[in-house]
Design a protein around this ligand. Structure first.
Ligand code: AMP
Length: 429
């Protein structure tokens, strides 16, 4: 099998590494890839959002399967374009990608299929009615920009003033770009958040191991939001009863709803859930694997990813093939000085070759490039140090043990990834 992977972050590096372990895979290209991925695949420099360019690359390379990591090519219709040409691809259709590309579309879909979600007060395409609606809501209030806003599009507003400021910057000054021109207002839910991701061929589906990510930059969930500073997976994250409830009340009705509406979906579907006192409720959909959740998930895969994804792309997914390593996994992100604000780049990374290859720890590259024989930083999130293990505690020991050997100027990372899962350790601190 020859495989084309679209994307250039830690998620794509995890996929490329795992795909490369399949005896059936003879060649992998990655667009655009990064410094670390270039050690495991042939990187092709191109904008991953440019579907025409991706068609041209596939025309040259003739992959047997294409796998899409980030959302932009999905929203730009890569799946439809490749499917029309009968090129196998793991990616939902452009219409399906609206579940992520438009929060209002997602909310209306959830309401149509009676899937539990936060109650929507209303959706607005100009600031005046949105501001007027603030007289009739409960506080805190959640405000969401409708479109893609690079992670800046959601605010949990404590009061009217914060809400008004957000509406002005999103709709009045269009600070988030076109994605902020429409907004929705919804109730605030309380509970634990959970990332629940499935793989589907449009009819059958298989849940991946559950994960939880850490969005804030500093320990103790302080500081601004990031793309994700780490993630973990553990068998103990949810009870079997909660898993069944999520499958029967959220995942099943979503897959049936998509099929009923004739929306083609072949790929990963991410449910961002709030586990509330009255059951799991959907906060958001992503039409892809999360990053860094993917790294924690791939670390626990005990099956041939290339074969399973090829089956999903051709509508023949066999959920019984997805076996998982029992226990847990952890991914800790090492970030550049200044991230998530303006960050430094071009810092030399040392220690990468000191990691014991037999330790089970994977160093997945997110923002790196090769420069004159060295590996240097080239992004906000630089590396994802990832390990599976029989328990969270052992996974943490391995991961943080490896991190101690790695260095670049300005490097920072969270020291409390999975601390809440690891009750023994938390209690002992
Ligand atoms: P979203 O992109 O919709 O997942 O929102 C980003 C983050 O905002 C979520 O991970 C939650 O932490 C928070 N959030 C979104 N919607 C709600 C809600 N209705 N109630 C409470 N928190 C929310």
């Amino acid at each position: 099998m020859k495989i084309l992977v679209i994307g250039g972050g830690g998620r794509e590096h995890a996929l490329v590494r795992k795909l490369g372990q399949s005896p059936r895979v003879e060649k992998i290209w990655c667009v655009p890839g990064n410094g670390g991925i270039s050690q495991d695949a042939d990187c092709v420099v191109a904008d991953p959002g440019d579907v025409d360019k991706l068609v041209a690359i596939a025309n040259d390379t003739h992959p047997d399967l294409t796998i899409v990591g980030p959302e932009l090519p999905l929203v730009n219709g890569i799946s439809d374009t490749f499917t029309q040409r009968k090129w196998p691809i793991v990616a939902p259709s452009q219409r399906a990608a609206q579940l992520e590309g438009s929060k209002i579309f997602a909310k209306q879909f959830l309401e149509r299929h009676r899937i539990a979600t936060a109650k929507m007060y209303g959706s607005y395409d100009s600031p005046e009615p949105a501001l007027a609606a603030l007289d009739h809501v409960s506080w805190p209030l959640v405000i969401k920009a409708d479109g893609l806003c690079a992670g800046k599009g959601v605010l949990v507003a404590p009061d009217r003033r914060a809400a008004g400021d957000f509406i002005d910057s999103a709709m009045g000054r269009e600070e988030f770009g076109p994605g902020g021109r429409r907004i929705l207002l919804e109730e605030t839910l309380e509970g634990e958040e959970l990332s629940f991701i499935i793989l589907t061929d449009g009819e059958r589906y298989s849940p991946l191991v559950p994960t939880r990510d850490h969005k804030r930059v500093f320990d103790g969930d302080r500081g601004p939001n990031t793309g994700g500073m780490g993630a973990y997976s553990s068998d103990e994250l949810i009870s079997p009863a909660m898993r069944d409830l999520i499958l029967s009340h959220v995942v099943g009705p979503t897959i049936e709803g998509l099929a009923k509406e004739g929306i083609r979906y072949q790929g990963f579907l991410y449910f961002g859930l709030m586990l509330t006192a009255s059951g799991p409720k959907v906060l958001e959909f992503n039409c892809r694997l999360g990053d860094p959740e993917a790294q924690a998930i791939v670390a626990r895969m005990d099956f041939d990813l290339a074969e399973v994804l090829s089956d999903a792309a051709s509508g023949r997914l066999d959920p019984s093939r997805l076996h998982w390593k029992p226990g847990a996994s952890v991914c800790v992100v090492l970030a550049s000085g200044g991230y998530p604000g303006k960050f430094q780049t071009n810092k030399t990374i040392t220690g990468l070759t000191d990691i014991d290859k037999n330790s089970g720890v994977e160093i997945l590259h997110a923002g790196t490039k090769r420069s004159g024989g060295l590996m240097v930083t080239n992004g906000g999130r630089v590396l994802g140090v990832t390990a599976p293990a029989p328990s969270i505690e052992v996974a943490l020991e391995k991961t943080y043990g490896a991190i101690r050997k790695i260095h670049f100027e300005g490097m920072h990372y969270r020291r409390d990834i999975a601390a809440r899962a690891n009750r023994v350790r938390t209690a002992g601190e």
